[in-house]
Ligand binder design. Structure first.
Ligand code: ARG
Length: 460
């Protein structure tokens, strides 16, 4: 295919330079957006009297047929073209003749590529949000199933206080809901049309940018044409949203890996979401979770990549900006794959209530509740805390637990102890007394589930 830019130069570029310069191998995924953008552009040119209605009809019909042909496979995207914009425009001109040459009036590939990418990322944002919602749904169902399953809650990966497994799972649901919100906010900033900025300075033609933006479903137009073609904030912000989402998935993946180990034995993943070892027959590995954790690094790399590409760019368009696409497409593909595997992996996992409860019964996980018991009997918290620390230390030295320490031994530490201390430190009671908003009590977990379902529009 020829070059769109054989203005001043001969257009003869060395093969090496040509391959290096070409972006069609990756920007071909923008073909739908490029065609939709061109159709809107042709309509705008006619509406503003810049081309005739008849020419516009030839252009829009021709573009619609190109779209159909690519979709049906009748037309293959020619990878010798420089980029998708070149390919579509040249194919159109080959098919409809000289009228095709009018399409690029009052337009530049600089505003065209920014438009295409914005349209593409709007669609991807919606798809990613739907996938997050599916994962939140799967997590919430699991949380409901295990809303009263007691397990240890950790700080510093040391047993800290008893919680319900459902409560723990819901923490991830709330993180992911924030991710959805973040993508929605990002969508609003993507949803601004740059088309009509042209190369950088605007145009002498009497165009209607608002019309074109409206045709394409944008919420408004960029206010400064130089910014319109130079702005890739939306790409960086989008990849940041992907990165934080991956951070959440990766933390969850890490816990799934830990919980599946013999050391924890809190959960078992369905065979379909694990792999074996080629040498050790006993192995059942959580490869999917490990890959989600590993792929998080790629997405962070994409974010670092785009930020670095942008950091030294003078205004306005520079070819460096072509690098935005592979980065953002990689982030999109990775995030979508991770979400696709995560939801069914969560849906099919089984938690082991017995071993979680057994783990919660060790490690003096109810020591805070013992201190709270003394506080309720009139002891200031700081001294109650100290007394209970001494009791824990005494138990460790004497091979006892808080549950098995006799009342007369307790009394040596404080005369405020009575028989009712045992129910105060009972693990289930410890959980169910934590009724504070957002707490771990079953009733509170149920409320959280309702909140999430409301947000997901499952109920209501
Ligand atoms: N392939 C280019 C990109 O992705 C399209 C814009 C080309 N603009 C230019 N002035 N060479 O950025």
């Amino acid at each position: 295919m020829g070059k769109l830019w054989q203005g001043r130069t001969s257009g003869k570029v060395s093969k090496i330079a040509d391959d290096f310069n070409s972006s069609i191998k990756f920007d071909k995924r923008l073909f739908k957006e490029d065609i939709a953008g061109s159709i809107a552009h042709a309509k705008m040119l006619a509406k503003c009297g810049i081309i005739s209605d008849c020419d516009a009809a030839i252009l829009t019909d021709g573009l619609a047929v190109i779209l159909d042909d690519i979709m049906s496979g009748a037309l293959t995207i020619d990878e010798t073209a420089e980029d998708i914009h070149t390919f579509i425009e040249e194919t159109l001109t080959n098919r409809v003749g000289d009228v095709g040459k009018k399409l690029h009036t009052a337009r530049s590939r600089n505003d065209q590529v920014a438009l295409d990418l914005r349209m593409h990322l709007k669609a991807e944002t919606t798809e990613i949000k739907d996938k997050i919602a599916a994962l939140v749904g799967a997590i919430t169902c699991k949380a409901e199933e295990y809303k009263d399953a007691v397990c240890p809650g950790y700080t510093h990966l040391q047993r800290a206080q008893p919680i319900t497994f459902g409560h723990h799972l819901l923490a991830y649901a709330f993180m992911l809901l924030r991710d959805m919100d973040r993508f929605s906010d990002c969508f609003d900033r993507i949803n601004v049309s740059p088309i009509g900025s042209c190369a950088l300075a605007g145009t002498t033609y009497n165009t209607d940018r608002q019309f074109e933006a409206k045709e394409l479903g944008f919420n408004g137009v960029s206010q400064n044409s130089i910014d319109g073609v130079s702005d890739r904030d939306f790409v960086a912000e989008f990849i940041f949203c992907c990165s934080l989402l991956q951070a959440h998935l990766s933390r969850f993946a890490e816990e799934i890996i830990l919980w599946s180990s013999w050391e924890f034995k809190f959960i078992t993943l369905a065979d379909e979401f694990t792999t074996g070892s080629s040498i050790m027959p006993q192995k059942k590995n959580s490869d999917m979770a490990e890959l989600v954790r590993g792929k998080t690094g790629r997405v962070y790399g994409d974010l670092t990549g785009i930020l670095t590409v942008l950091k030294g760019l003078p205004l306005a368009y520079n070819k460096d900006m072509q690098e935005d696409k592979e980065l953002v497409f990689d982030a999109v593909d990775t995030v979508k794959m991770c979400l696709d595997v995560f939801a069914p992996m969560v849906k099919t996992m089984t938690a082991h209530k017995e071993s979680m409860r057994a783990a919660a019964s060790k490690g003096f996980i109810n020591a805070t509740d013992l201190a709270d018991y003394l506080v309720k009997k009139g002891e200031p918290f700081r001294s109650a805390y100290k007394t209970c620390g001494e009791i824990v230390s005494y138990c460790i030295q004497n091979g006892k637990t808080l549950e098995t320490l006799a009342l007369d031994e307790y009394k040596k530490f404080s005369d405020k102890f009575n028989d009712d201390l045992y129910s105060a430190i009972d693990i289930s009671n410890c959980v169910n007394k934590r009724v504070s908003e957002g707490g771990t009590a079953v009733a509170s977990v149920e409320k959280q589930i309702v909140e999430i379902k409301l947000k997901l529009n499952i109920i209501h």
